[in-house]
Design a protein around this ligand. Structure first.
Ligand code: IMP
Length: 440
């Protein structure tokens, strides 16, 4: 069985969608297994730009089966919108899309909760969520009392369930908002009717994805697992509490998809040639100066989902070394090399200083991460446009050296380099990194 997963190793937005789209022809199935409409995957094919949030990036390839597995929190309204906008482009999924009947549904009260809590931590600091109701939906999933799964839409007691949950949520949200329950804008009849209508539209795609994936494994089919967000946003292993609410690192694949751990074969870690972050939380290599703005402009670092300007900074090899090891990465895909190709010099954080001591690990507590100072290695820039280069041999020596240092400091081989958004702007480095090629 050949399973491969594509995992972002930073704070999301590493251009995973492009890579998944590119790898898709080699796979029978593409699986989304965590997160929800907070994700934004941009895939550029020729003149066309597709923005996908919940539908796997493999959807552009009609021979691939696309699976939205159990660990995803599904927003049915925007999922249907996404289907409709794909249809306008002539992409009409039929037999090649399946959504888990076990996936939890994001419901109207989840948006109100995300907003009412002002997405803040216990200390009142802003997490800066995407306000897509992701955290509240996962909270209800784990809490069980107020959860709705996709399969529940088709049960006889669904109306009763909505009535009960809405009554309880009105009280809870009223308390959060400091208003009385009857002022909370939730109407059980409308919600019930809306969700029944969503259920009808989704019905052709609903199924037991766990059983289907287990069969696919038995049949030795090739599966590509498409991670959303990035490993540093993992709810257990990321920069908690400034994280998303799912296991977005490599450790989340088996539980989210519903497959045994051995089904995850090769892990490709996706990294940008610099760092970005959206929302709050520690970011040791963040730049607040003109260089940060230059990277933002060159990389068009504005959110696919929210349009928010992304915080930008130098490449943080300490953070990526940690997230790559955590995720069991075999190979790295280095994106946006074209962006740093315009810089006179490039910095890589290879260690941190914490309270006067040099450390090479990624601290587990946010208070320490806030105090660390990056120790940089500077790589000379090459200031040559790389975006049209087709072969690794043609790359400037400076670019090759940068890629070599990223591989060495992170401790994993860079096997793929991306120099622009188009499929054609991708170079597969056929080499054995451990033998020192092709960097010699
Ligand atoms: P949530 O996932 O909406 O709860 O947001 C929690 C944190 O994760 C916030 O800092 C978001 O900006 C961040 N986040 C969520 N999804 C993405 C993503 O797809 N890319 C980058 N950051 C994300």
């Amino acid at each position: 069985m050949a399973g491969t997963c594509v995992i972002g190793l930073q704070w999301g937005d590493e251009a995973k969608g492009k890579l998944v789209d590119l790898l898709t022809p080699n796979y029978d199935l593409v699986v989304r297994y965590q997160g929800g409409a907070n994700a934004g995957h941009t895939v550029v094919v020729g003149e066309k730009v597709y923005k996908l949030h919940q539908i796997p990036s493999g959807i552009l390839n009609p021979s691939v089966m696309n699976v939205v597995a159990t660990g995803v929190v599904l927003n049915p309204a925007t999922f249907i919108e996404e289907l409709e906008s794909l249809a306008k482009e002539g992409v009409v999924p039929n037999e090649n899309l399946m959504v888990s009947d076990r996936a939890h549904l994001v419901c109207p009260w989840h948006f109100l909760e995300d907003k009412a809590l002002n997405s803040s931590t216990a200390d009142g600091e802003d997490i800066g969520t995407t306000l897509r109701g992701i955290g509240p939906c996962y909270r209800d999933k784990v809490g069980r009392s107020y959860a709705i799964r996709l399969g529940d839409l088709y049960q006889d007691d669904f109306k009763e369930r909505v009535d009960k949950i809405v009554a309880a949520k009105k009280g809870l949200i009223g308390a959060l908002q400091g208003s009385s329950a009857d002022k909370v804008d939730l109407h059980p009849k409308t919600i019930y009717e809306q969700y029944v209508a969503y259920g009808e539209k989704l019905l052709p795609f609903v199924g037991d994805t766990t059983a289907m994936l287990l069969d696919a494994i038995d049949e030795d089919r090739n599966i590509l697992f498409e991670g959303a967000q990035g490993a540093l946003l993992d709810v257990d292993h990321g920069t908690y509490p400034f994280v998303t609410s799912s296991n977005s690192s490599g450790v989340g694949v088996p539980s989210g998809a519903g497959v045994p751990a051995e089904a995850v074969g090769k892990v490709i870690g996706v990294i940008k040639s610099y760092s970005t972050r959206v929302g709050g939380g520690p970011f040791p290599t963040e730049l607040h100066d003109e260089l940060g703005q230059k990277i933002r402009d060159l990389g068009n670092e504005y959110g696919t989902t929210t349009g928010r300007p992304r915080r930008c900074g130098h490449f943080d090899a300490v953070a990526v070394r940690y997230s790559a090891r955590l995720s069991g990465v075999d190979a790295l895909s280095l994106m946006m090399l074209d962006v740093v190709s315009h810089l006179p010099e490039i910095k890589i954080a290879s260690a941190y200083e914490l309270d006067g001591q040099r450390i090479d690990y990624f601290p587990s507590h946010v208070s320490e991460l806030r105090r660390v100072k990056p120790i940089y290695e500077t790589v000379p820039g090459w200031e040559e446009d790389c975006s049209q280069l087709q072969s690794w041999d043609d790359f400037p020596a400076g670019a090759k050296y940068f890629v070599k240092r990223v591989s060495e400091i992170v401790g994993k081989p860079v096997e793929i380099v991306s120099v622009g958004p188009d499929r054609a702007q991708t170079i597969f480095i056929e080499q054995n990194w451990r033998a020192g090629l092709p960097f010699s």
